[in-house]
Write a protein that binds this ligand. Sequence first.
Ligand code: HEM
Length: 506
Amino acid sequence: MSQPAIKYKEIEFSDIQTLARFGCGHLKESCLLLLSIKDTRAAGSWLHATNIESATYQETLPNAITQICFSVAGLRTLGLADDALAQFSDEFLQGMDGSGNRSRRLGDINTNAPQHWVWGHQDIEQLHVLLLLYAREANLDAHKSAVLNSSFHDAFTIKHTLPTVALVPTEPFGFIDGISQPAIDWKQTQSTDTHDRDTYSNSLAPGEVVLGYNNEYGQLTARPHIDPSQDSNARLLPKAPENPLLHDFGANGSYLVIRQLEQHVTRFWNFINEQTENDSQATEQLAASMIGRHRDGTPLINASDINSSPRDFTFDNDPHGLQCPIGSHIRRSNPRSGDFPPNVGGWFRRLVKSLGFKRQHEYDDLVASSRFHRLLRRGRTYDNGLHFICLTGNIGRQFEFVQSAWSASSTFAGLKQQQDPLLGNRQARISGATTDEFTQPSTEGAARKTVGLPEFVTVRGGGYFFMPGLRAIEYLARISAPEKSHQDTEMQNNAPRTGNQNRQPG
Ligand code: HEM
């Protein structure tokens, strides 16, 4: 059943930060800085003067870029009004460590609990800004010196510099990472109607990553709007499509989730070697089963079920996880498959399925909605871990759902007593049930169970940030340093900020 084409709002790439569109793999060096604002006016002036790169396509790739995002405390310090702040999502307002309940759901307990984090625990410190600097090899120092100039130091205190290593394809356990990503449907050609979408598609509505555009429900996610009759600076912002009398602070912005995940590499390989009694082939096989891909990135799914690339496959022909275990990291993080289980045809069968009858496999309910829980990953590794970074339009429905329901939960798709084999904290449940197993179904009889998995990854810090559109950054500059940015803007004949005025040639 096809729908008439819907007129969508055209994507304003010149107002969106680069990371929402490009992974910037050519910028192999990076530096992540967590800042607090020490002088609000100076921060506003620096924001006004600093070039934050947009997502506009460049024929020549830049040598370096600067991206910026803010915590709730940062936005408040810069002067964003309470009634605008209140229109952000609850998850963002509370923060990653905002309640014991949230920490428990995310698996952030015991060794992973916020009170043990190296950074990001709001009870200990208020971080205002996450500044992300990227450069080609041997260019990072020069880029840092240019961005962290004297006016930067007047405005901010660097609270933490997160270590990173030059971008390599493999993460510290030794597996190629960054292969699968959703393909954002920037042209907005794909229908979001459930009846048109009964097979898995890797294509994702832009609103799942950037606010102000239709999401996978065909709707606009709530975000802060500002009334220009209360604050004339709001006229710097685009008009809100839902209500043209209001201006849209959230438009072209994304939520950015960051978690510093320390990887216990020796523990990981020692454990696997013990299980396989150092049989090298069995060791590789068990490790690959936990990930869902071989070290070189080849999926465990039969080659005949892989379409055009190693990203492009479903688990339709492997319903019991005989090729790729259902509990593997990639299958938990993105169970793929469409809105309906395989072999669904005709409106009557669809209706029957949608009402929850006739499940073919015990995990059908869980895979039914994978398109609503996709993440655009933008992480970078450091010497013994990963700075997991993802962009979302909805922290709760996307990141928190994947992290809590699919990864940290010890029940998933009919599996019990096991969490994500890489990420699980292995904490027993209140009932006493263990969570440290990993199951590999086998064609030759009983499933192979590995028990006693230790914790392979420990959370060292984390936070929820908002990566605003470029006009929203200019709005923040204007409200925090009114005189400075007013003067400059008048000198530029009121030219709107595009974020590209000072772009370095590539
Ligand atoms: C230290 C921690 C982690 C390591 C070592 C790790 C490693 C990997 C590797 C090797 C892959 C396969 C390559 C690829 O498809 O890109 C992968 C895929 C993926 N990971 Fe992770 N990951 C980690 C943390 C996380 C976290 C915290 C999440 C989300 C909460 C996550 C979500 C995903 C997703 C969505 C995929 C792609 C699945 C697919 O579409 O097939 N990962 N990860």
